[in-house]
Design a protein around this ligand. Structure first.
Ligand code: PLP
Length: 400
């Protein structure tokens, strides 16, 4: 039988229509470059939506995956497995927290954290201490619990009814925070740097007040580090510079080096919240994904990639500020390490298409924000190539 052509037409026939895929089929990658089946090389400033921290073809990652795959691909959590233990130890050392739970995706980590928060709150026997709050403009995932915490109508509309006893606090709105939390609050979920929301960081006063209110009302702070974590912003956790001191931390995206893996890490306060059979997942902590995660963290350390995220991020910010001064369509640049948002005065989708024509992959988020999430390995030359391409696009548009 002839293989099916990998085209948009076939895609429409085969799949539910939930992904707006770009009109290219990719076959492999080399460093920060992704290569299509037509042999065209694309500078990848999206990195699998923030997953491919080491870029493509890192030997250490490939070796760790193949060695572990040759030994044991899956056994389930009926057993103890070395890679899980080693990765858990690393995450506890990096976070200073007490316990780890492994799952497979970001939304599953959030789901587990919601369950942990409700169960933890249940021990205080305060009637109705069940409320789980999040911040406006946030994104936490697409399963029912995570979706119920997610702000945007486009992710939620048509799927109601949502999880009861959830609610939203205005982003960085301290008065609203004070009005919404109470002794009925089980947890407040925060993305310290909102990704899908357009690259916005929580303010220090908001975090400080949130921590004070946690003391007053005894609830959990849950940090969703799924997009901003694992070194992308220059520290392993994006909450570190704000000293957020979360009780639960959710990690995913780059954690498995490109394989599906997520984690919830918890403080001593929640260490005993789960008991046998309370929660679990067949594939969670898969040994191949954990081996990849160990290799990924080792490589971040060996190659000083958090430092690179800081240096190249700052370089890109400086260069983008120059572009903003030159092109009036650029309204604002927000940069935290290699998590960069460029607000423009029209739909960002337009620029995604223009960049694709010039073999540079960027992404649109929050309607009018161009988002850059390149591999943490990106060089100054490749970063400059992205800037030059954006400059060309805006210059050509100005000339139209
Ligand atoms: C901050 C944040 N939380 C949760 C998720 C959901 O993760 P996943 O797509 O792995 O379920 C994402 C995904 O983009 C995210 O950026």
């Amino acid at each position: 039988m002839k293989p099916l052509p990998v085209t948009q037409e076939t895609e429409q026939k085969l799949f539910f229509h939930n992904y707006a895929r770009l009109p290219i089929a990719v076959t492999h990658g080399e460093g920060v470059w992704l290569v299509s089946d037509k042999g065209i090389r694309y500078l990848d400033m999206i990195a699998g939506i923030g997953v491919n921290a080491l870029g493509y073809g890192d030997n250490r990652l490939v070796e760790a995956i193949s060695n572990q795959a040759a030994k044991l691909i899956h056994a389930s959590n009926l057993f103890m497995m070395h890679p899980q233990f080693e990765l858990a130890e690393k995450l506890l050392e990096l976070s200073g927290l007490s316990k780890v739970f492994f799952a497979n995706s970001g939304t599953e980590a959030i789901e587990a954290a919601i369950k942990m928060a409700r169960k933890w709150a249940g021990q205080f026997r305060v009637p109705e201490k069940k409320k789980v709050l999040s911040l406006s403009n946030c994104f936490h995932g697409r399963t029912y619990g995570a979706m119920s915490l997610t702000a945007k109508a486009k992710y939620v509309d048509g799927f109601e009814p949502l999880l009861p006893e959830t609610g939203m606090i205005g982003f960085n709105d301290i008065a609203d925070l004070e009005a919404k939390v109470s002794d009925k609050t089980a947890a407040v979920f925060v993305e310290v740097i909102q990704g899908e929301g357009g690259i916005h960081r929580i303010s220090q006063p908001f975090i400080d007040r949130l921590k004070e209110l946690r003391e007053q009302y005894n609830f959990l702070i849950v940090a969703d580090e799924i997009q901003a974590g694992c070194g992308r912003t220059g520290t392993f956790f994006s909450y570190t510079p704000l000293n957020a001191e979360p009780d639960l931390v959710c990690l995913a995206k780059p954690l498995g080096g490109g394989l599906p893996l997520s984690a919830v890490i918890g403080s001593e306060k929640v260490a005993d919240v789960l008991s046998y059979g309370n929660h679990g997942t067949t594939f969670g902590g898969n040994p191949v994904a954990c081996a990849a995660g160990i290799a990924m963290i080792n490589a971040i350390r060996e190659d000083n990639l958090m430092e690179n995220a800081k240096t190249i991020g700052k370089y890109m910010n400086d260069e983008l500020q120059k572009l903003a001064a030159k092109h009036s369509r650029i309204l604002e640049i927000r940069q935290y390490g290699l998590m960069i948002g460029i607000t423009v005065n029209k739909e960002a989708k337009y620029y995604v298409g223009k960049a694709l024509e010039k073999q540079v992959l960027v992404n649109a988020t929050s309607v009018n924000v161009i988002r850059l999430l390149p591999p943490l390995t990106i060089s100054r030359e490749d970063a400059q190539h992205c800037i030059t391409t954006l400059d060309e696009i805006f210059t050509e548009e100005d000339a139209e």
